[in-house]
Ligand binder design. Structure first.
Ligand code: NDP
Length: 258
């Protein structure tokens, strides 16, 4: 059991989650990442994280499975004996972007279970453990960060399921902030815009053009590191007297102008 603070980043083996995990590792955290793939497929990511000096644990865990969430927290207890920071990052887009008038319930159920129900109940379980740690040690500093999306507020009628799952995560942030305030555990939401990852690789051309045409005030894609730096700021405790707040990392995409 080390002296470092321990951060769990769900879906931390690639994309935004990896950017977050790497920034946290560089900021002196030991790291747990999880995903559905076998460890052999994420070895490069684990190596890069370890090269920072962090102790790193990989858990095969589907965040939508209650059993997987329990097993993951048990594995963290066994290895590190502590959890200070939970970053709910893992998430999926619909397999097919379908018009709301045609979209099916299967995709809706999967997205809600993965993007909302899983993180909500992982937060519940992690929070209970953080409360125990806080009671045992006055110097304990816990923190929860939810990675949402501009889709929490921006309507895309060809992926209503995704938008609703992300709007739900925004309310989950508010709710958990309200519940965990008395334990001095801040809860934040980081709301990314368009970030270059596997999730957006199928729509690169579309977004290249939109960005060129002024979609965002800052004329570039966002990168996982942009989100990582924002989460690291929160996890370090730089905004210690704020909770329930939304940090937009969207290049100014959601600023309205006339
Ligand atoms: P990617 O598709 O690039 O990566 C997704 C990550 O989540 C992978 O590590 C994957 O791991 C993991 N994951 C997916 N489903 C599960 C699951 N059920 N259980 C555990 N892990 C899972 O996505 P991004 O990095 O782009 O997105 C990360 C988060 O950021 C998501 O919540 C997304 O909605 C959000 N976001 C993304 C934006 C973008 O433009 N890219 C914009 C706004 C928000 P594995 O494959 O190993 O299971």
């Amino acid at each position: 059991m080390g002296d470092k603070r321990v951060a769990l980043v769900t879906g931390g083996s690639r994309g935004i989650g990896f950017g977050v995990a790497l920034c946290l590792a560089k900021n002196g955290f030991d790291i747990v990442i999880c995903g559905r793939r076998p460890q052999i497929e994420v070895e490069d990511a684990l190596q890069e994280l370890r090269s920072t000096g962090a102790d790193v644990l990989y858990c095969i865990a589907d965040v939508s499975s209650a059993d997987d969430r329990t097993a993951m927290l048990d594995a963290i207890k066994n290895k590190f004996g502590a959890l200070h920071v939970l970053v709910n990052n893992a998430g999926i887009a619909p397999k097919v972007r379908a018009d709301m008038l045609d979209a099916d319930e299967e995709s809706f159920a999967l997205l809600l279970k993965t993007n909302l129900q899983g993180p909500y109940f992982l937060t519940q379980a992690a929070a209970k453990w953080m409360i125990e740690q806080q009671k045992a040690d006055d110097g304990f500093h816990g923190c929860v960060v939810n990675v949402s999306s501009v889709s929490s507020t921006v309507a895309s009628t060809n992926r209503g399921d995704y938008c609703i799952s992300k709007a739900g995560i925004s309310m989950a942030t508010t709710l958990w902030a309200a519940r965990l305030g008395e334990f001095n555990i801040p809860v934040y939401e980081v709301r990314p815009g368009v970030i270059k990852t596997d999730m957006t690789s199928g729509v690169t051309g579309k977004y290249d053009k939109l960005i060129e045409d002024g979609l965002c005030l800052l004329k570039r894609w966002g990168f996982p590191e942009d989100i990582g730096k924002a989460v690291a700021m929160l996890a370090r405790g730089d905004l210690a007297y704020s909770t329930g707040q939304v940090i937009l990392v969207d290049g100014g995409m959601t600023i309205q102008s006339l």
